[in-house]
Design a protein around this ligand. Structure first.
Ligand code: C2O
Ligand code: CU
Length: 426
């Protein structure tokens, strides 16, 4: 089938003799003044993990799933040496949601070649954006991420109290969260939960036993959020929600798709009862409006429309059933061309029957409209937005990160079956 990661080397899209290739757009090699260097080594290897008492074959960075948590403070230089022990198809590290320089983006066939067994690649970028992110392989990513090649990236400042990163992943039908042994949280302790959906489908989260605030989405703070209780939060594939609350006297439980997940506190009682019939929170209508650098009434230098569907398209020159963008399957979807500095409007319409979490590399987007309704809440900056069947989303971004970038559905099976394209700076 169409291999999302196929293609020549990172320079293959450029004519011979072109002075700058995407692979040359590397990050700084020093921290910002006052920052530190954070060094990590990640070796991708095959391993066996325990899921619900069963041994499951997996691939993990350093043999662990999730991979080592990467943390930094604003201004630090993150330096990650990736090695591949035995993953025959090769590996990379993509910094999901983190707007790194193009050469650090870990997109094989675009920004680098995949690291083969025995190979190595060093990533360097500044931790300039605070928030909750994650990393994952981008080589044969539909298989690699599913097998366990992912981890979390959290950029400080560290929050006071209990600060827990909760990546959610499904292994052969069982949804697991980390950490499995949360620390003790005495009543009165401030708690922050950083939910990360590493799967290709949305998950529904419900927090019982306390009111809480949704303080950040995809790493960007929400403006003026109020207290929530008895609602369900639907987190798209690849997305992150940061929740904050003060530990009550009783227990608090996080339910995932209706099943008990993480539990905090030692109390018993109503905090542990499963939520029933709670409505879904619409995050596009939540919070307090605040100024944005651009908006619906702005003049856009470029407008792109993407229609997502399923149908017959050419795959390796053969007509096949594929997940399509404007009727084509990757790599036959036309590349979006922009100039540095452009204000870009992107409309994404889903004409199919599947949900498509649309993801942009290298840029976060401001949501302008969902289904013709303007976003009435806090400015919502996302790197992945869930376009459900029949929906149309209008978003905007500033083309401020030169290079060549993947745009794709983060249901990585859909992406591997054609639902992807490139954005390139002229
Ligand atoms: Cu998290 Cu191109 O992906
Ligand atoms: Cu999709």
């Amino acid at each position: 089938g169409a291999d999302l990661d196929a293609g020549g080397g990172p320079t293959s899209h450029h004519p011979a003799g072109h002075a700058i290739s995407v692979a040359d757009l590397r990050g700084p090699t020093t921290p910002a003044p006052g920052g530190q260097v954070r060094r990590y080594e990640l070796t991708a290897r095959k391993t066996t993990i325990q899921v619900d008492g069963r041994a499951v074959e997996a691939w993990g960075y350093n043999g662990q799933v999730p991979g080592p948590p990467i943390t930094a403070n604003q201004g630090d230089l993150i330096e990650v040496t990736l090695r591949n022990a035995d993953i025959e198809r090769g590996v990379t590290v993509h910094w999901h949601g983190y707007d790194v320089p193009a050469g650090e983006d870990g997109a094989p066939g675009v920004t680098q070649d995949a690291v083969p067994p025995g190979g190595e690649f060093v990533y360097r970028f500044r931790a300039d954006q605070v928030g909750t992110y994650w990393y994952h392989t981008h080589q044969a990513s539909d298989v690699g991420v599913k097998m366990g090649l992912y981890g979390t990236l959290v950029v400080g400042p560290p929050t006071e109290g209990v600060d827990l990163t909760v990546p959610v992943h499904t292994f052969s039908g069982t949804t697991v969260t980390g950490p499995l042994d949360p620390p003790a949280a005495a009543p009165g302790t401030p708690v922050r939960l950083r939910l990360v959906n590493t799967d290709g489908v949305p998950h529904r989260f419900a927090l019982t036993g306390t009111a809480y605030r949704l303080v950040a989405v995809d790493g960007s703070d929400l403006n003026g959020p109020g207290e929530l209780r008895e609602v369900e939060l639907r987190l798209p594939a690849g997305g992150r929600y940061d929740l904050a609350f003060t530990m009550p006297a009783g227990a608090v439980a996080l339910f995932i798709d209706g099943d008990p997940g993480l539990r905090l506190g030692t109390g018993t009682g109503s905090g542990l009862d499963a939520p029933k019939g709670w409505p879904e929170l619409d995050i596009t209508r939540y919070g307090t409006p605040a100024a944005t650098p651009f908006g619906r009434e702005s003049h856009f230098d470029r407008n792109f429309t993407l229609v997502l569907d399923r149908g017959i398209a050419l795959v390796d020159g053969v007509p096949k059933y594929a997940h399509t963008v404007n009727g084509h399957a990757f790599p036959n979807v036309p590349t979006q061309l922009v100039r540095e500095g452009d204000l870009v409007e992107l409309t994404v319409a889903n004409r199919g029957f599947d949900t498509h979490p649309w993801h942009l590399h290298g840029h976060r987007v401001l949501v302008l409209e969902r289904d013709g309704r303007k976003v009435s809440g806090s400015p919502l900056w996302l790197d992945t937005f869930d376009v459900r069947p029949g929906e149309v989303w209008r978003v905007a971004f500033r083309a401020d990160n030169p290079g060549e970038w993947m745009n794709h559905c983060h249901n990585l099976t859909h992406a591997a079956q054609g639902m992807a394209l490139h954005l390139r700076y002229d």
